[in-house]
Design a protein around this ligand. Structure first.
Ligand SMILES: *[C@@H]1O[C@H](CO)[C@@H](O)[C@H](O)[C@H]1NC(C)=O
Ligand SMILES: *[C@@H]1O[C@H](CO)[C@@H](O)[C@H](O)[C@H]1NC(C)=O
Ligand SMILES: *[C@@H]1O[C@H](CO)[C@@H](O)[C@H](O)[C@H]1NC(C)=O
Length: 157
C-alpha cells in the first residue's frame, strides 16, 4: 500500500514537472534557435513589404521558414537565402549578434539600404556572404576581418 501511494506521488510529481509552463518557457528561452527566430521576426517587421516572408510566422517552426535552413539537430540556423526576393528595407536592422551560427547568408538582389553594421563581425562561422545588388552605403566595417572562415564575399559595387 505504502509503495503504491509513493509511486502515485512520484507519478504526479513527474506529470507536474513535465507540464509546468514555467519550465517549458525557460527551456525555449534558453535555446539559440529561439533568439534567432525573434531576431529574424524583428527584422521582418522593419521591412516595407514583410508579406513576402509570409512563412516567417511565429507559429511556424523557424527551420521550416522559406529561405531558412538549420543544422542537423535543428537547434540553430545555418543558412539564410533570400536571393532576389524583392525585399525592401534596411540591412542594419538585422541583429547579427543573434545569428552567430550562420554559415551562409545571401541577401543579394533585393532593395536593402543602409550601412553594413559593425555587428556583422559576430558571424564568426560565416563561409558565404552575398550582399550584391542592393543599395548598401557607407564603408565596409573593419569587423568583417573577424570572419575568418569566409571564402566567398560579394558586395555591392
Ligand atoms: C517542418 O515541415 C515538415 C515538412 O512539411 C514537417 O514534416 C515538420 O513536421 C515540420 N516541423 C515542425 C517542427 O513543424
Ligand atoms: C541581439 O541579439 C542578442 C543575442 O540574442 C541579444 O542579446 C540582443 O539583445 C539583441 N539586440 C537587440 C537590439 O534586440
Ligand atoms: C569576433 O568573433 C569573436 C568570436 O569568434 C567574437 O567574440 C567577437 O565579438 C567578434 N568581434 C567583432 C568585432 O564582432
Amino acid at each position: 500500500m505504502w509503495l503504491q501511494t509513493s509511486l502515485l506521488y512520484l507519478f504526479l510529481f513527474l506529470v507536474l514537472l513535465s507540464s509546468s509552463p514555467l519550465l517549458a518557457v525557460d527551456l525555449v528561452a534558453a535555446s539559440p534557435l529561439e533568439a534567432q527566430k525573434s531576431a529574424l521576426l524583428q527584422w521582418k517587421g522593419t521591412l516595407q513589404n514583410p508579406e513576402i516572408l509570409n512563412s516567417w510566422n511565429p507559429i511556424v517552426f523557424p527551420c521550416n521558414w522559406s529561405g531558412v535552413a538549420c543544422n542537423l539537430r535543428q537547434r540553430a540556423i545555418k543558412r539564410i537565402n533570400l536571393y532576389d526576393k524583392g525585399l525592401i528595407g534596411s540591412i542594419n536592422t538585422l541583429n547579427f549578434s543573434a545569428l552567430t551560427s550562420l554559415r551562409q547568408l545571401d541577401l543579394s538582389f533585393n532593395q536593402l539600404r543602409g550601412a553594413i553594421p559593425h555587428s556583422i563581425g559576430s558571424l564568426s562561422s560565416l563561409i558565404f556572404l552575398a550582399l550584391a545588388g542592393n543599395q548598401i552605403s557607407g564603408s565596409i566595417p573593419y569587423s568583417i576581418g573577424n570572419l575568418s572562415s569566409l571564402s566567398t564575399l560579394s558586395l555591392p559595387e
